[in-house]
Design a protein around this ligand. Structure first.
Ligand SMILES: [Zn+2]
Length: 343
């Protein structure tokens, strides 16, 4: 596929990768690659050598496509491990989710008949050994709530994302417990806010959620308006719900291998085989109509969902960067440039 004019880069010409966003911020490739190595070590220690190998090799090579005239470059391909806790893959996935959700919301907002609200549905903090079972119950409760007549009447579409936080505050009574919860965007009729028959107060949502969760305490439920006046507001709102499932510093714990391994092992089991992010109703239909890929299965190996588009007819070159752990405590270094002749 790529031919000729391959230029192998000599040692003294080593070029460290820089990859900036349109806003000029450096993309965190190096940071995430270093974190994948910490995770690989943890998988090794807990005896999961298969995952350790996958994570260790994740994103070891990045191939960029660069417009020769403008110098603008875009990730063309990489090989990712797709392990759920992999910090690199999680970062790439979060960009994808943000991209998709933004596109879907832009489309949904074209229809002025609808409004959007945020819901955060939580439960009490739980011990690691209970986490998987409690997450099962959260999924069950969400499904049940969406089927309630009252909810079905007002909710036209939804987006939900699971987030799990891990309390690492040694002074907290909840130290080393987990807090699984859902961030939800609900698409409702415009009349929802004015029609008292439709409107559900915070208290109503709480008791509905309590009922579906089948618990004997009042779970915390937050409701917030989803601001949609400007594109920036929409982006901010989307970013608030389309977050990471777990932040990597909640399981890659500095100077504490024992806690890291225990947490990796708990989360690895509790998050396996779940649909962590999903769309429903009208939002699912829009997802389909926009031909977006299934987020859970989508490849994170390309930048297809971002705004930079390199046309195929421009003069471009492929730049190949390899991860080099021996160089400056780990860097991506350019090892090859390949002129595009035929693709
Ligand atoms: Zn990965």
């Amino acid at each position: 596929m790529y031919v000729n004019n391959n230029k192998d880069i000599r040692k003294n010409q080593m070029e460290v990768l820089t990859d900036k966003t349109q806003k000029g911020e450096e993309r965190p490739w190096r940071e995430n690659k270093l974190k994948t190595l910490s995770l690989a070590k943890s998988y090794e220690r807990i005896g999961n050598t298969r995952k350790a190998d996958r994570v260790k090799n994740c994103s070891s090579q990045l191939i960029y496509k660069k417009d020769k005239n403008t110098g603008i470059k875009k990730l063309h391909s990489m090989i990712s491990c797709q392990v759920r806790l992999c910090p690199m893959c999680a970062w790439r996935r979060s960009l994808k989710i943000f991209g998709q959700t933004s596109k879907i919301m832009d489309k949904a907002l074209e229809n002025k008949e609808y409004r959007f609200i945020f819901l955060t549905l939580t439960c009490r903090n739980v011990e690691g050994k209970e986490l998987s079972k409690i997450i099962d119950n959260l999924f069950y409760a969400f499904k049940k709530m969406m089927l309630k007549t009252k909810v079905k009447q007002i909710v036209k579409g939804w987006f939900r994302a699971l987030e799990v936080t891990h309390n690492l505050d040694k002074k907290s009574k909840d130290y080393n417990t987990y807090h699984p919860h859902f961030h939800v965007i609900l698409m409702v009729n415009k009349s929802y806010f004015t029609d008292t028959k439709q409107y559900l107060s915070q208290k109503d949502w709480t008791s509905l959620w309590k009922d579906c969760l089948r618990v004997d305490y009042m779970p915390i439920v937050n409701i917030k308006a989803f601001k949609t006046n400007t594109k920036k507001e929409v982006e901010k709102s989307v970013a608030e719900s389309a977050k990471y499932t777990v932040k990597d510093n909640d399981y890659l714990i500095v100077n504490d291998e024992k806690m890291t391994d225990e947490t990796v092992s708990i989360l690895d089991g509790a998050l396996a085989n779940r649909r962590l992010v999903a769309f429903g109703g009208e939002l699912k239909k829009i997802h389909k109509s926009l031909n977006l890929s299934d987020i859970e299965k989508a490849s994170v190996n390309t930048d297809s969902d971002d705004d930079v588009v390199l046309r195929d007819d421009v003069n471009y070159v492929f730049e190949v960067y390899n991860w080099n752990i021996g160089y400056n405590n780990g860097q991506y270094l350019k090892v090859k440039e390949i002129d595009k002749k035929e693709n």
